[in-house]
Design a binder for this molecule. Structure first.
Ligand SMILES: O=P(O)(O)OC[C@H]1O[C@H](O[C@H]2O[C@H](CO)[C@@H](O)[C@H](O)[C@H]2O)[C@H](O)[C@@H](O)[C@@H]1O
Length: 564
């Protein structure tokens, strides 16, 4: 199991340098946190808003920053101690937290040596890159650090950030150019040790800096060179950086969006030095990479009832598997969650359908809640956006890692209940794998207050992430899991992931888009309702009543053997 999500962007006005909204974020008032996408209502970036993504290596792709930091400490402590013994001055050790981030992180090796030693009032000769590691020149000291770095690398290997690697792969699948940019002369070695040699389209490293006479970060040269090699304009490029000098370089290069990855509790410094937005991990970004062709403007998507014959012909005697969202799909959206009761008519239709195919309800609600509301024993129920699945014949999974979040989810619900109590209409819905904070009944002037309360709590509980639904903020485990993944899991678990099966997914909300996307090539997504946005669904139905009509016709088709 696992995938993450969420967050957005702004870009700088080239004239003023001030933050201005990104093309798709301009329809909404800017909230306190990251902006939301004007097109889909979710927080995030979309493919189409940019043409390339450029990544720093250490601290963004691989966890080598700590290997670097430890090697610098070994070098400087050794060197400063020797000097102290020689001259009688007081030995002040290298401070990984402060010195590394301030003087070394992201900079070319020799520049880093110079920059840190200068902070201690030491100005050695620059020397020559061929200087041996015991020579007291900038180059000699830099070479000694490199020896320590390589020793550790060989001994301990390299860990990578799965969230970043996953994003790069997804970007490349969508033919978005990717580049790695690093001041390190060891970048290619690090990629090799990490098994990521082929991950990027373009790689610029410390050797290229020397070979091409580029300036290192904070100058923008490396990023600009990468954009040139990828053949994109900088303002169509994203930059991912964890170092102050790196975000400075991204900003100086005029890149469309500089994303600061905060690995050292320095979010405000990253922002102050050029990051348009700061996240603690790439997993916090929601970058929608659905195929452009599949993500169509709603008015272009045909109505499922009008095109029923076409859908029936796709079924072509195959088995169907039907996945149904609950709120807004099987029942209309109403003022309060407990009022969303399934009509007897809809219940009868769904019950009839279960006689001819597998039917699952995939809901954001707690599984027990949605099971109770639907009340059909022969169904499969996936609750909490797919974290909790159960069905007939002992089918049962609880997302293993998700289950570990039960405590934090409970604490979040309790705190939110307390903190939101003074806001009239705010409603907290605790679930086993998440918390929904409803603001449907909150006065419009107070909605921001509700969101600020949620955001404040999230700062203390980074294990949770915020997603958006219909007048609801949801806190969910920060894990790589959603309705799309749950549907794929179910198809596999039920032996339905094969040519002879046509899966249908009907849903009304943004969380259902994940399921439409995974079924893009192998099934039929049907969006219910017409919010003003794009969708990866293949058909639309206007309202839950049409869902009933559609499912009824489908049951009739299946009853007659698949051809109607
Ligand atoms: O995935 P779903 O089955 O569609 O569940 C999504 C959320 O639905 C519920 O909230 C929504 O419906 C309520 C009743 O119509 C409405 O009052 C609320 O404004 C909507 O956001 C449910 O309460 C949530 O837990 C689900 O995550």
């Amino acid at each position: 199991m696992p995938e993450p999500s969420t967050r957005a962007r702004s870009t700088r006005d080239p004239e003023t340098g001030a933050n201005a909204p990104f093309p798709f974020a301009d329809k909404r008032p800017a909230p306190a946190g990251p902006e939301r996408c004007g097109a889909c209502g979710d927080a995030g970036l979309q493919a189409g808003d940019f043409d390339a993504a450029i990544f720093d290596l250490d601290g963004v792709v691989t966890r080598t920053a700590r290997v670097h930091a430890a090697s610098w400490k070994r070098l400087f402590d050794e060197y400063l101690r020797e000097r102290a013994e020689r001259s009688g001055e007081v030995f002040r050790p290298f401070d990984i937290e402060g010195d590394y981030a301030r003087y070394l992180d992201g900079k070319p090796r020799y520049d880093g040596v110079e920059s840190f030693l200068k902070s201690r009032g030491i100005v050695p000769e620059r020397g020559d890159p061929s200087d041996p590691p015991d020579r007291e020149t900038v180059s000699g000291l830099g070479n000694r650090k490199n020896r320590y770095f390589r020793e550790t690398l060989e001994k301990e290997g390299v860990e990578s950030f799965d969230s970043t690697v996953d994003l790069v792969r997804r970007l490349r699948n969508r033919r978005i150019g990717t580049a790695l940019v690093s001041s390190s002369r060891n970048a290619r070695l690090i990629l090799e040790v990490a098994g990521l040699s082929d991950l990027f389209d373009v790689c610029i490293d410390g050797n290229d800096i020397a070979r091409l006479g580029l300036k290192g970060k904070p100058a923008p040269d490396l990023f600009l060179k990468a954009a040139e090699l990828l053949d994109v304009q900088p303002d169509r490029g994203l930059v991912f950086e964890d170092a102050i000098s790196g975000v400075q370089a991204g900003r100086a290069g005029g890149f469309g969006l500089v994303i600061g990855i905060d690995r050292h509790q320095q979010a405000s410094e990253l922002r102050a030095n050029g990051a348009d937005m700061v996240v603690s991990d790439v997993a916090d970004l929601h970058i929608r990479l659905r195929p452009q062709a599949a993500c169509r403007a709603l008015h272009l998507i045909p109505r499922a009832l009008e095109c029923y014959a076409e859908i029936e012909s796709q079924l072509d005697a195959r088995r169907a598997a039907v996945f149904l969202d609950y709120d807004g799909t099987l029942t209309p959206i109403v003022e309060r969650p407990e009022l969303a009761v399934l009509s007897q008519r809809m219940k009868g239709i769904v019950e009839r359908l279960t006689r001819f195919c597998t039917v699952a309800v995939v809901s954001g609600r707690d599984r027990a809640d949605v099971e109770h509301l639907v009340g059909i024993d022969s169904l499969i129920y996936a609750g909490s956006h797919g974290f909790d699945i159960a069905g007939p014949e002992g089918l049962r999974i609880q997302h293993e890692e998700g289950a570990a979040f039960a405590g934090v989810v409970q604490r979040a619900a309790a705190l939110l209940q307390k903190d939101l109590a003074p806001i009239a209409g705010a409603l907290v819905e605790p679930k086993r794998f998440g918390v929904a904070v409803h603001y449907r009944q909150v006065a419009s002037g107070q909605v921001l207050m509700v969101e600020a309360t949620v955001d404040h709590l999230l700062e203390e509980m980074p294990e949770l992430r915020k997603t958006f639904g219909k007048k609801v903020f949801e806190l969910r485990p920060r894990l790589d899991w959603d309705k799309g993944r749950a549907v794929l899991w179910l198809l596999r678990a039920l032996g339905l992931e094969r040519d002879g099966v046509l899966p249908f997914y009907l849903g009304d909300d943004d969380t259902d888009e994940d399921a439409f996307a995974v079924l893009e090539a192998k099934g039929i997504g049907i969006l219910v309702g017409c919010p003003a946005r794009e969708s990866a669904a293949r058909y639309v139905l206007d309202r839950p009543a049409d869902v009933g009509r559609f499912l009824d016709r489908l049951a009739t088709t299946l009853e007659s053997g698949g051809h109607g």
